[in-house]
Design a protein around this ligand. Structure first.
Ligand code: OGA
Ligand code: MN
Length: 295
């Protein structure tokens, strides 16, 4: 069956058929998927019962693997997955749901805030590929916002005001907004803020998008309250229903998104039941702004 893509009602989402992710892609298929990512920004694949190795191999068609280090408080010897995937489940190393008061669980709740993956890294992620291995019985939808359409819909005055602004992003800002405020000195060093443009331009099609994320905590040259109010307004604008696609998971779905032109969040779910989601992350290739400008 040939690869086909059906545009969903939300125009930035394509549903892909005719591809078996257990098998290596041909060069032509990989090129078609990447071109579809540039066009849509989110792609949905159903019925992909894949292993971690197959998931990673599929991701590596689109760039290099992003290293997980620096993105979590979970220590390496506590990782459940040792296959190079990011663990986005609610499970501990023993395979059981994490205790509700465990630090790892509380930290992971940050994924319920709108964000773009790795915007807290100097070179943020390109694509993320999330595979549903165990679906939670209640809640846990993942929502995506089209940040190109959100940018386009701003008025000219706002565009002019924000076009050259630079934000500081850190995991301590996103988690801090949920009241998670205690970090070791080592974590504080690891989560040092990085700079990101507030408006970024896509390297392939050249469209601008709003580069928002809950990791953004302040804006250069602005007071923090002023910056946060502006970021709140922009977030409110960008996450209106017209820009948002809600993905309701079925077992073995794989959803792939472009972090350079979307934001996402997971909705609350039943934490007493497992939700096993595994992410392969494709590294970005360049920063959105020179980091030395931080000084
Ligand atoms: C992610 C993420 C949301 C989810 O994988 O980057 O934010 O649905 N996941 O678990
Ligand atoms: Mn994420």
């Amino acid at each position: 069956m040939a690869l086909a893509i059906r545009q969903l009602q939300k125009h930035f989402v394509g549903e892909v058929s005719g591809l078996d992710l257990r098998v290596p892609l041909t060069t032509e298929q990989a090129r078609e998927v990447e071109a579809a990512m540039d066009k849509y920004a989110v792609l949905v694949f159903h019925g992909q019962d894949i292993t971690d190795e197959q998931q990673l191999a599929f991701a590596l068609n689109f760039g290099e693997r992003e290293q997980a280090r620096g993105g979590t408080i979970v220590k390496k010897d506590e990782y459940r997955l040792t296959t190079g995937l990011n663990d986005v489940s609610n499970l501990g190393k023993d395979g059981k749901p994490l205790a509700r008061d465990s630090r790892a669980h509380l930290f992971n709740l940050g994924n319920c805030l709108w964000h773009s993956d790795s915007s807290f890294r100097p070179i943020p992620a390109k694509f993320s590929l999330l595979s549903a291995r165990v679906v939670n019985p209640k809640g846990g939808n993942t929502e995506f916002a089209d940040m190109r359409a959100a940018y386009d819909a701003l008025d000219d005055e706002t565009k002019a005001e924000i076009d050259d602004l630079i934000c500081e992003h850190s995991l301590m800002y996103s988690r801090g907004s949920l009241g998670f405020l205690d970090y070791t000195d080592e974590e504080k060093a690891m989560f040092r803020p990085v700079l990101q443009r507030l408006v970024r331009t896509h390297p392939v099609h050249g469209r601008k998008s709003l580069y928002l994320s809950s990791h953004a905590g302040t804006i250069k040259g602005m007071s923090m309250p002023e910056a946060r109010l502006l970021l709140r307004d922009l977030n409110e604008h960008a996450t209106q229903p017209e820009f948002v696609y809600v993905h309701k998971w079925t077992l073995h779905d794989l959803v792939m998104w472009d972090n350079r032109q979307t934001m996402h969040r997971v909705r609350r779910y039943d934490q007493s039941q497992p939700r096993d989601m595994r992410r392969a992350t494709v590294a970005g290739t360049e920063p959105t702004v020179a980091q030395q400008a931080a000084e």
